[in-house]
Write a protein that binds this ligand. Structure first.
Ligand SMILES: [Zn+2]
Length: 369
């Protein structure tokens, strides 16, 4: 039997597909601004809210709060940036097998469409609703000038934050690993490759260091769930272009993930010791591991709407939720059913978008009305 899409599904699908068409990635700042304009054009039709733009180090964010209310009870949080695909024509979508397929559909233009729709609908129906919305544009590059800036420097606060950027429909994320992104660099001494004893090869030193790190981190692996620190080399390069020349310098990048109770300081110390003093280390980005405490009301509402138990899960990747959780604010990280994230075939399941909307709607009604 064919199931016809509901009006709500139609609205969510068209809004998501409109958002996907705008290639709002880091390399296209004009499109990031265009995507914000598109969203603000919708939000401006609400009389009961104040829209405030923030800009930090060239990164734009918007906070939308009810009039005369600085600290809403519930804050909806999203990001409109997507990862970069080289061809701007790849930012389009199609529908197949009950899914919207296209870059950014799951992370997180589909969830963002749900946030906008629910925010608009509830504020239209109810006056003085304690519901805010924050939208940032740098989540895919660490969130430092977006969500971190809003909470740590602007002082944005709420009683509960909803971040549909992890987990799944019945899977609530309760813990995220910490992150350390390092640039490592080694200087050597250039020489003709026929007389390697006259040179010091920084590329070989860097490769040796890779082995030391790998051997050491392998001793930390303990279970099949991989809930232990991992260390992965992601780039390695040298300016040298010549086959018979020993390079004078070499550099690379390392991505390290680690669960609590490890701290960034401990992990960094460990890595510096293993690399030795011939290799310089520079921290590109770091984040402590975070644990979240989801609102029990949300768990029970999810179970009521889906008819299935919720599972509390640990997540290897990090999200903007950590900047909120740091302030001991309960954060709920769950989302519709998504897949193939960060690929051109990224998708979001349309039925689960509607179910997710209904979970948010019932939760917000019970929490706020
Ligand atoms: Zn995301």
């Amino acid at each position: 039997m064919t199931k016809f899409p509901t009006d709500l599904q139609k609205r969510l699908v068209s809004l998501t597909r409109d958002l996907i068409l705008i290639p709002s990635d880091e390399s296209r700042p004009d499109d990031i601004e265009r995507c914000f304009s598109f969203i603000i054009n919708h939000l401006e039709s609400l009389d009961s809210v104040v829209i405030k733009k923030h800009c930090h180090r060239g990164v734009t964010s918007f906070v939308v709060l009810p009039k005369n209310m600085d600290h809403p009870k519930v804050l909806l949080c999203g990001h409109l940036d997507v990862i970069t695909h080289p061809d701007s024509h790849s930012y389009r979508s199609h529908i197949a097998d009950g899914k919207i397929i296209g870059p950014g559909s799951g992370d997180m233009k589909g969830p963002l469409a749900i946030l906008l729709e629910i925010f608009m609908n509830l504020h239209t129906k109810h006056d003085n609703l304690h519901l805010g919305l924050a939208i940032t544009s740098d989540e895919e590059r660490g969130g430092d000038s977006g969500m971190r800036f809003l909470f740590n420097e602007i002082g944005l606060r709420c009683e509960v934050a909803l971040v549909p950027d992890g987990g799944s429909l019945n899977e609530i994320t309760i813990e995220e690993k910490g992150i350390l992104h390092l640039a490592i660099k080694c200087n050597g001494h250039s020489a003709h490759a026929a007389r390697p004893w006259l040179g010091i090869n920084p590329l070989e030193r860097l490769v040796d260091a890779v082995y030391r790190l790998r051997e050491d981190f392998e001793t930390l692996s303990k279970d099949k769930d991989h809930w232990h620190p991992t260390c992965t080399f992601t780039t390695i390069k040298t300016p040298n272009q010549t086959v018979n020349c020993i390079p004078s310098e070499a550099e690379g990048t390392v991505d390290v993930r680690f669960p609590a109770p490890y701290t960034t300081e401990q992990i960094l110390d460990k890595i510096c010791n293993l690399l030795g003093n011939e290799i310089d280390t520079h921290t590109i980005m770091s984040a402590e591991p975070t644990q979240f405490t989801p609102d029990p009301l949300y768990l029970s509402v999810s179970e009521e709407i889906t008819g299935k138990p919720t599972i509390q899960k640990k997540e290897d990747g990090g999200s903007d939720a950590r900047f909120i959780g740091q302030h001991n604010i309960p954060v709920i990280v769950s989302r519709p059913i998504v897949g193939e994230l960060h690929s051109l075939d990224e998708w979001i399941d349309i039925n689960s978008m509607e179910t997710f909307y209904l979970i948010y709607e019932l939760y917000l009604k019970r929490k706020l009305l």
